[in-house]
Ligand binder design. Structure first.
Ligand SMILES: [Zn+2]
Ligand SMILES: [Zn+2]
Length: 364
């Protein structure tokens, strides 16, 4: 069961970069598109490339105040640092950042109008960005801007954000911490690991209490354990919440080859996560499913992970020989310690987080 899917693209995505030696390399986005194009997936029958415009200031300003946006533009032109040091500005970056956010809006817009059913913005997923602070290679939070767009311009009241990046989605969490937007994040969590937040006790406050769920995972978590956490907590929470729209942050820096994170996912794990989330979107929200990118610092692993994910959005293509050939040949297996730590996290959130969401929805 699948309609048309859009692969969003804007040449300005390539301007969202921090120099040749920086881990963030936007070329992975074009390579994923080229791969899908060469395999015939983007031939216009079930999926196609859709050009996306930059975000308007009006929409951007719903999350990022004008003074902050002006300051970012100034720093980009002058070439200073946008955060503590990981995110240096440069003249093209501001244009690239507007394009990255614009594509998430374009995806949400096309899904809402029925122009296409699902969409992927490989330049999005900039989940560390806060309203008035860039952080961790993220300038503007496209996820939050898309949520505001869906709330204000389409009147949606239940939007779910699922974040599978290897790092905690701290910017997104904090923006919606006191609102009933369901935000869930699975990420590596260990002492000294960026950004340091993302513990199980962070559940939201006020109106948002119970609507934030973290699944902090130890380094070395493999496909099997990751999926166990995803299937036992994330999918049931989505079913309970009954979202009208799902945004999936699909950073692939949890891949076992990624140089920055240390989780143990393979392309098989990513494909399965995409398959199950796509199915669930059809089950609960008419297939309204927007996937955005995120981290992913091993360029080839990211290209392949995104290509197999996108093939899941397009009916039947994941079984294609060309797609199957993109998968990792090696397998990763969690140690006994990792296994029991992930079990502990699942048990704890099954006992606490899930009943909270179920109860909130019952009495909403
Ligand atoms: Zn579908
Ligand atoms: Zn990351």
């Amino acid at each position: 069961m699948s309609g048309a899917a859009a692969f969003l693209y804007n040449d300005d995505f390539m301007l969202y970069q921090f120099g040749p030696r920086h881990p963030f390399q936007p070329i992975r986005e074009r390579l994923a598109m080229d791969t899908l194009e060469s395999l015939g997936v983007l031939d216009g029958k079930e999926a196609r490339v859709v050009a996306s415009p930059p975000v308007s200031m009006e929409r951007l300003n719903r999350v990022h105040p004008p003074e902050f946006v002006t300051e970012v533009e100034r720093i980009c032109l002058a070439g200073g640092l946008l955060d503590q040091g990981d995110t240096p500005g440069n003249p093209g970056l501001f244009t690239g950042a507007l394009a990255a956010v614009g594509a998430s809006i374009r995806g949400a817009e096309g899904i809402m109008s029925g122009e296409f059913e699902h969409a992927f913005n490989p330049a999005g997923g900039l989940h560390h960005a806060h309203p008035e602070a860039a952080s961790g290679f993220c300038v503007f939070n496209d996820i939050a801007v898309a949520v505001r767009y869906l709330q204000r311009e389409h009147g949606l009241q239940r939007i779910a954000v699922v974040d599978i990046d290897g790092h905690h989605g701290d910017g997104t969490q904090s923006i919606f911490y006191s609102e009933n937007v369901l935000t869930m994040s699975l990420h590596r969590y260990s002492r000294g690991f960026f950004p340091g937040t993302g513990g199980m006790e962070e559940r939201g406050v006020d109106e948002g209490r119970g609507y934030n769920i973290n699944l902090p995972l130890p380094p070395g978590t493999d496909d099997e354990m990751y999926q166990q956490a995803y299937f036992s907590i994330v999918l049931p929470a989505l079913r309970a919440y009954q979202p009208q729209f799902i945004i999936h942050q699909f950073g692939t820096d949890g891949h076992y080859k990624d140089p920055l994170v240390g989780l143990g996912l393979t392309t098989m794990g990513y494909a399965e996560i995409a398959r199950r989330t796509h199915d669930l979107a059809h089950e609960v929200c008419d297939g309204r499913y927007l996937v955005v990118g995120g981290g992913g610092y091993e360029i080839d692993a990211t290209r392949r992970s995104w290509a197999v994910m996108f093939a899941e959005l397009v009916g039947g293509r994941s079984a294609d020989e060309g797609i199957a050939a993109l998968h990792d040949r090696e397998a990763v297996e969690s140690s006994q310690e990792v296994l029991s730590e992930v079990d502990r996290v699942i048990a704890k959130q099954e006992e606490t987080a899930l009943p909270m969401v179920e109860k909130l929805i019952r009495y909403a």
